[in-house]
Design a protein around this ligand. Structure first.
Ligand SMILES: CC(C)(COP(=O)(O)OP(=O)(O)OC[C@H]1O[C@@H](n2cnc3c(N)ncnc32)[C@H](O)[C@@H]1OP(=O)(O)O)[C@@H](O)C(=O)NCCC(=O)NCCS
Length: 179
C-alpha cells in the first residue's frame, strides 16, 4: 500500500535515507550532477521546513518517493525522486499532481522544475501537465502555471488527506516517526 503524506521536520532523516538510496544515475538526475553522500545529507540539513513541503510516497512504511517543493512567495521550485524499484509505475506522476494541488491551495501560481535533457520520463510527466519546456544545452527548465485555488482543489486535498488517514491506520509503519 502507498501512503502519500507530507513529512514532518523530525522525519528529515527518513528523507535523507531515501535520497541516499537513489542509484548514482538517479541521484545525478535528481540533483543535476553527481553529489557525494555528505552533500546529500547537507542538502537535507539545509531545508527550511517553514518554506518547504516534502510530500512523500511511503511504500511498506518506507519513503520510496518524494517531491520537494521549495516555496518563495507565489512561486516554488519542485524536485522529485523515486527509487529505482518503484519507477515506471505511475508514482512520479501521482506525486507531482498531488504536490500541485497542495501548492495551489497555498497560493502558489508558478512552479519551476529543472532536469537533464535526456530525462524522458520527467519530460513526459511535465508535458502531460502542460509545462512550458525550455531546452538550454543539456539542461531543461519546465515552467508550470497553476490556476488559483478553488472549491474543487480544496476538496481534492481534503479527500486526499482523508484517504491518507485511513491508509496510515492500515499501514502503521507509515505513521510519522523520526528516522
Ligand atoms: C523521473 C521520475 C520522477 C519519474 O517517475 P516515475 O514514477 O518513474 O514516472 P511515472 O511512472 O509516473 O511516469 C513515467 C512516464 O514516462 C513514460 N516513460 C517511461 N519511459 C520512457 C521513455 N524512455 N521515454 C519516454 N517516456 C517514458 C511512461 O510511459 C510514463 O508516461 P505515461 O504516464 O504517459 O504512460 C523518476 O524516474 C525519478 O525519480 N528519476 C530520478 C530523479 C529524477 O530524474 N528527478 C527529476 C528531476 S528533479
Amino acid at each position: 500500500m502507498t501512503v502519500f503524506r507530507p513529512l514532518l521536520p523530525a522525519e528529515s532523516g527518513r528523507y535523507a535515507a531515501h535520497l541516499l538510496r537513489l542509484s548514482a544515475a538517479d541521484r545525478r538526475a535528481r540533483f543535476m550532477g553527481g553529489l557525494s553522500d555528505a552533500s546529500v545529507c547537507a542538502h537535507v540539513d539545509r531545508i527550511d521546513w517553514s518554506r518547504s513541503i516534502i510530500l512523500a510516497a511511503l511504500c511498506g512504511g518506507e519513503v520510496r518517493g518524494a517531491v520537494e517543493l521549495r516555496i518563495a512567495g507565489s512561486g516554488a521550485e519542485l524536485a522529485i525522486s523515486i527509487e529505482a524499484d518503484w519507477q515506471n509505475q505511475g508514482l512520479g506522476g501521482v506525486l507531482v499532481r498531488r504536490a500541485f494541488t497542495m501548492a495551489r491551495n497555498r497560493g502558489i501560481r508558478g512552479i519551476e522544475l529543472y532536469c537533464l535533457g535526456d530525462n524522458h520520463r520527467m519530460l513526459r510527466i511535465a508535458g502531460r501537465l502542460s509545462a512550458l519546456i525550455r531546452f538550454d544545452g543539456g539542461e531543461v527548465q519546465c515552467d508550470f502555471q497553476l490556476p488559483a485555488a478553488d472549491a474543487f482543489s480544496l476538496t481534492l486535498e481534503a479527500m486526499d488527506r482523508g484517504g491518507t488517514a485511513l491508509s496510515m491506520m492500515l499501514e502503521p509503519g507509515s505513521l510519522p516517526r523520526a528516522a
